[in-house]
Design a protein around this ligand. Sequence first.
Ligand SMILES: [Zn+2]
Length: 324
Amino acid sequence: MATAVARKKSTPEIGATEPDAITKNAWKLRRAGGLKVLEATALENLGWLVHGFSTHPGGESKLPVASRHGERKKPERVLNLGFTDWDERDRVAENRRKFVRAIGAKKMRVVTLQQIHSDLIRRVDSMRPIDDALPGDAMFTREREFLLAVQTADCIPVLLADTRRRAVAAIHSGWRGTVRRIAAKTLGRMQMEFGTRPEDVVAAIGPGIGQCCYEVGSDVVREFHSQFRNAREWFDGPFDALASGENDPNWLPWLTMAPPGHPPPPPRVQLDLIAANRSILIDAGVSAENIFSSDYCTHCRGDLFFSYRRERATGRMLAAIGIC
Ligand SMILES: [Zn+2]
């Protein structure tokens, strides 16, 4: 019986070599204004847009020590870009100013949403003002001067650029958004409203929790199994058993002869959300060579990223894109 799942595809520890994509120059970790900003070269090269994925070094916020599991000794100044309970609004606002300046979007209007792990997609333009209380998990625009920004701390941020129509999108895709194909649906809205062709789209999949660290249970497996014929490819572990309910924790103790009251832990699998989002974009018509994934795992790389799974009370990163 498999109770522990073999770990594979672990991203490097601090000080080790960087993920493959970095060494191939598809991604760049750029220092700017005391911060480190992760950029996708393919988006950077377009020239008519600004973009960036934030990391936590620098900034004005003090992350509570207790949430660090002893990883760090004293409160550290971090770039928290989300208005979280533990942080002060002024500090977050100042952090956002720093980040926006660092990616060259000082004059742009930052647009964020009340993210709810949905497939709600908002078009942003001067006719439709958006405030940060509006629920949704993806935004797209063809107008200049809006910086579309999604907040993450393990979930997968996806940025899209239509190179022909000059339109952009920012998407928040956790497992719930992924199972609802939010990236493909955003592309669908851009096709409908702007005439975007998938073959003209460049996609950057930013840092999120890697398969190495993302254990999920049968609830998640069944949702993916019901939605995708190739879902099995994105899971490491006993996918079929969990999908079919054979290893349902309710009767597993009978099978393993565990004494009453001591059921073994239910088997777990590890989900590759990055591979799932990549596959969803390819199915929607985006060519594989135009999809760039940073391959950074937010859970492994505490030196750069916040991770909700690792810390619970943690900060938020921003993945932002806008037409300049
Ligand atoms: Zn990891």
